[in-house]
Ligand binder design. Structure first.
Ligand SMILES: [Zn+2]
Length: 330
C-alpha cells in the first residue's frame, strides 16, 4: 500500500485501540486548564474512527492561539465554542505537522475567524499541494472497492471531505530554519522545526508556563511510524529533551511531566534497538508495554500490540526502501 494512505491503512490492518471511557463527541466542556492562560482539548482515539490530535490553547493580550486543530468537526467545533465563550478573538493557529488529525480543522477555524493566520513548517504546504491530491486518488479507490466495510468507508469519506477543502489547510506563514522567537496574539513563544515524524515537524514552547507542545514526536499508545524516519525522530527527541520545559503536550495521550517524557524517550530508543535486532516482534512490543507501564492508557494494551506488530512488520523491518524515502524527504 503506498505511503499516501498513511494512517488509515495501519488502522484498518491493525485495528484502532479501544476507546477509553469516551463515547460522546468532544465538547467545549472537555477543554481543561493546564496553567494560567493555557488550556488543552484532549484528542480522541476511538475504535473504528481515526484519531484527533491534542489541541493546546494559549491566551495572549490580543487573543487566542490554538496549536493543532483536530480532524473531526466535533473536535474543532469544541475549540470554536470555547473560543466564543472566552470572548477573545482567535488570532492564530499553529500546526505541528500535516497529518489531518492535527491540520484538518483549519478549514473550520478559518471559516469562523477569517482574520486568523496559520503558521506551519514548509512540509505542511508541500503535503497540501502534493501528498493530499495523491492521497485523494488513493482514498477514492478505497471508497469504490465493493469489499470496503462501513466503518472504513466513513473514515475515508471524512478525509476526502477535508481534502476537498485543502486550500484552506495551507499555512499563511512558514516556519523554517533555526528555532526562533515568535510573538502570537501578544504572547511570546519559541518555535522550531525538528525532523523524523512527517518530513518537518514544528514544536512550540511557551516560556511563561514551561509548556512544550511536541506534536507527534510523542504519542500514545505507540509511536505512529506511518511517515517516519525513525532515526531522525530519535535524534529529535534528544533535542527536545534539552529544552527547559515543565510539561510536554504530546500529539496523542495525556500531558507528561519531565520524568514521563524521559521514560517515553527511553522506551522509544529500546523499541528501535529491538526492531533492529533479530528478536521477535512480540518481544519488542512486550518490551514497549513494560517500559511504558502505567503511562499506557487503561485497556490500551491489545490495541498497542496490534499497532506495534503492524509497524514492526510493515514499516520498521519490512520496507527499508520506503523508510529511506521518508528519511530523504525529511
Ligand atoms: Zn497525530
Amino acid at each position: 500500500m503506498p505511503a499516501v494512505a498513511w494512517f488509515l491503512v495501519s488502522l484498518v490492518v491493525a485495528g484502532s485501540p479501544p476507546s477509553v471511557a469516551q463515547s460522546s463527541p468532544a465538547r467545549s466542556a472537555d477543554v481543561q486548564a493546564v496553567a494560567p492562560g493555557v488550556w488543552w482539548l484532549p484528542g480522541r482515539f476511538e475504535r473504528e474512527r481515526q484519531p484527533d490530535g491534542n489541541s493546546l490553547i494559549l491566551q495572549g493580550p490580543q487573543g487566542i492561539v490554538i496549536v493543532d486543530s483536530g480532524r473531526h468537526a466535533e473536535h474543532t467545533q469544541a475549540l470554536l465554542d470555547w473560543v466564543r465563550a472566552s470572548g477573545q478573538p482567535l488570532r492564530a493557529v499553529v500546526n505541528s505537522h500535516w497529518h489531518l488529525d492535527h491540520l484538518g480543522g483549519n478549514a473550520m477555524l478559518r471559516a469562523a475567524a477569517p482574520a486568523m493566520r496559520a503558521y506551519a513548517a514548509p512540509a505542511v504546504r508541500d503535503a497540501v499541494r502534493r501528498r493530499m491530491p495523491e492521497s485523494a486518488i488513493d482514498l477514492e479507490r478505497m471508497k469504490a472497492d465493493p469489499q470496503i466495510d462501513e466503518a472504513t468507508r466513513r473514515m475515508v469519506e471524512i478525509d476526502l471531505a477535508l481534502y476537498a477543502r485543502r486550500e484552506a489547510l495551507e499555512p499563511d506563514v512558514l516556519i523554517e530554519g533555526p528555532a526562533q522567537d515568535l510573538t502570537l496574539a501578544g504572547r511570546p513563544l519559541r518555535v522550531g522545526v525538528a525532523f523524523g515524524v512527517s518530513g518537518g515537524d514544528l514544536w512550540l514552547f511557551d516560556p511563561a508556563s514551561g509548556t512544550l507542545a511536541v506534536g507527534d514526536f510523542v504519542t500514545l499508545p505507540v509511536p505512529f511510524f506511518d511517515t517516519a524516519c525513525p532515526e531522525r525522530w530519535r535524534a529529535s527527541l534528544s533535542e527536545l529533551a534539552s529544552m527547559p520545559f515543565e510539561r510536554v503536550v504530546p500529539g496523542h495521550g495525556p500531558i507528561m511531566n519531565r520524568a514521563e517524557f524521559d521514560r517515553y524517550r527511553a522506551a522509544y530508543d529500546r523499541l528501535l534497538a529491538c526492531a533492529g535486532s533479530a528478536r521477535a516482534a512480540s518481544e519488542c512490543s512486550d518490551g514497549w508495554l513494560a517500559d511504558l507501564g502505567p503511562m499506557l492508557p487503561a485497556g490500551g494494551e491489545r490495541g498497542a500490540q496490534g499497532m506495534l506488530k503492524y509497524y514492526l512488520e510493515e514499516r520498521l523491518r519490512a520496507e527499508p526502501a520506503r523508510t529511506a524515502a521518508d528519511c530523504a524527504a525529511s
